[in-house]
Write a protein that binds this ligand. Structure first.
Ligand code: HEM
Length: 498
């Protein structure tokens, strides 16, 4: 099971809150162990998340099915494994580098849109949602900016409503069971929102496929091909948990492994281009499968980063000292120029990175994740067993606020991520992107995008707020949000010379 003895230090490993959840009625014999740090040890999370066996998501993820089909987030077994191998290279660092200018130009565009809010209290989340969708369309989906319109905003709003429906389906008996759900107004609402969501993603896919076939008929096959890229990428064994822990006690994932095997790729490789190319040359991916992955990437890539950036902006608006340090770092990098950020600049944004990490600690956009264990899990000390079929819920939000790990856990302190602090912490004490073989495939994309976007905003605006974090009304939805809206004020910084 890959448990390292160093983590088995206490005889009382878990007194996991054994909870018969409301949904036990439907899943006979299903027990849900609610794991959180107060009662357990991080290594139990490691056993589950780092395992190559317990890869299956809990039954509740099925509510995503009408939306995401059998895409990467919810699929399991061989299908998940194969698709993960296909999709992970699309998030290779060399590919991400080619996206930096798109991050820049979209960040500039949002600056222009934000200008109309100067001097008012407003909700920044809508802006973050729209720019995030636009960025995904242009990067991962490879669409042309010129073809975009207000669809991104409508898509983002429909996603928010769908998350709300899925969330309600997990705890409301009338919505939990399909035969009852089918007769509700919520089901009709779901159809409407899915119409908007699938309307956009189907169009993106159709247009891309048409262009690909046109290029093909004209004799152009993009180079290098997807096959060449895959062939150059050392066959990673890191989806195997035990190999992963050999790499680094705190575990990395297949994304790190891929960047070590630099494929020297220069072409702008949109994820969707790769999927379509692959379906042409290699093991067949059906149109349906590609569509499911498009829906998955569009959802996972958008709502999470929109919430992450909005929390980060609100925190900087409250903590002026932190904002000032971020600004000074930007000044040191850019001087008086308002040029676009380069990839090298983002590497220099070390303080901003700590601010983002700390923000994701206090307000992890995905506040809980859940797995269904595929075989009995023996907890070495105490002789406890988590039986096969159990749903294990990992409360990221709670783990991130344990005083044993983070002194003053509710205080926003970017220095929690100084190298000397992080190196002494267990990797599983910080899991905003989950961890192990099923960790977030877009982690590096998200961090790079957040840096460029937040740097552009802070270089252009003072962020202000009269609130404190105690005023935040957190909404523990599928994605963590503020029910009271991500309210702040902006004021232009002195215009700088071009
Ligand atoms: C701040 C931003 C983000 C956060 C906090 C985040 C967090 C997460 C978490 C916690 C998971 C595991 C979910 C679970 O097990 O239920 C996950 C999975 C995933 N994420 Fe992200 N994510 C972010 C951004 C992105 C981006 C930008 C993309 C793509 C462009 C992306 C694509 C995915 C995919 C495809 C999965 C499923 C991976 C698999 O099961 O193999 N995410 N993410």
């Amino acid at each position: 099971m890959g448990v390292e003895p160093m983590y088995i230090e206490h005889p009382w490993i878990y007194s996991i809150g054994l909870m018969l959840t409301p949904f036990v009625v439907g899943g006979l014999g299903l027990l849900a162990y609610y794991i959180y740090w107060k009662n357990s040890r991080l290594y139990i999370m490691e056993i589950i998340l780092n395992s190559n066996v317990h890869l299956q998501k809990s039954d509740e993820y099925r509510y995503f099915k009408p939306w995401l089909g059998d895409g990467l987030l919810i699929s399991s077994g061989e299908k998940w494994r194969n698709h993960r191998k296909i999709i992970a290279p699309a998030f290779h660092q060399n590919v991400l580098k080619t996206f930096v200018n798109i991050f820049n130009s979209n960040s500039r565009a949002v600056i222009e849109r934000l200008a109309k809010e100067e001097g008012k209290v407003f909700d920044v989340h809508e802006y973050m949602s729209e720019v995030t969708v636009d960025i995904l369309l242009e990067t991962a989906m490879g669409t042309e900016r010129a073809t975009q319109n207000h669809d991104g905003f409508e898509y983002a709003m429909a996603v928010m409503k769908m998350c709300d429906i899925i969330h309600r389906r997990t705890y409301r008996v009338d919505l939990r069971y399909d035969p009852l759900f089918y007769f509700t107004k919520t089901k009709r609402d779901q159809e409407k929102y899915l119409g908007t969501i699938h309307g956009l993603t189907s169009k993106v896919f159709r247009d891309k496929k048409r262009n690909f076939q046109k290029s093909l008929s004209e004799g152009h096959m993009p180079k290098p091909s997807f096959e060449e890229i895959i062939a150059n990428t050392k066959n990673s064994e890191t989806t195997n948990g035990s190999t992963a822990s050999k790499l680094y006690k705190g575990l990395r994932d297949d994304l790190d492994e891929q960047d070590e095997n630099d494929v020297g790729e220069k072409r702008r490789l949109a994820f969707l281009d790769l999927m379509i190319e692959l379906s042409h040359v290699g093991p067949k991916l059906s149109d349906e499968e590609i569509k499911e992955e498009v829906d998955t990437i569009m959802f996972e890539g958008h709502d999470t980063t929109a919430a992450g950036s909005s929390f980060c902006l609100c925190l900087m608006a409250i903590h002026k000292d932190v904002q000032e340090k971020v600004y000074q770092e930007q000044k040191a990098i850019f001087g008086d120029s308002d040029r676009f950020a380069t990839f090298a600049d983002t590497v220099e944004m070390k303080y901003l990175e700590r601010v983002i990490l700390e923000s994701l600690r206090l307000y992890p956009p995905v506040p809980i994740i859940a797995r269904k264990v595929n075989e009995d899990v023996k907890i070495v000390t105490g002789g406890h067993v988590i039986p096969k079929g159990t749903t294990v819920v990992v409360g990221t939000y709670v783990v991130h606020r344990r005083p044993e790990i983070y002194p003053n856990p509710t205080v926003f302190n970017p220095d929690n991520f100084l190298p000397e602090k992080t190196q002494n912490r267990h990797y599983y004490s910080y899991i905003p992107f989950s961890a192990g073989p099923r960790s977030c495939v877009g982690r590096k994309f998200a961090m790079l995008k957040l840096k460029v976007l937040l740097s552009t905003i802070v270089r252009n605006f003072h962020l202000k707020s009269n609130l404190t974090e105690e005023d935040f009304q957190l909404q523990g939805d599928i994605i963590l949000k503020r029910a009271d809206g991500f309210r702040l004020e902006i004021e232009p910084r002195k215009k700088v010379a071009q």
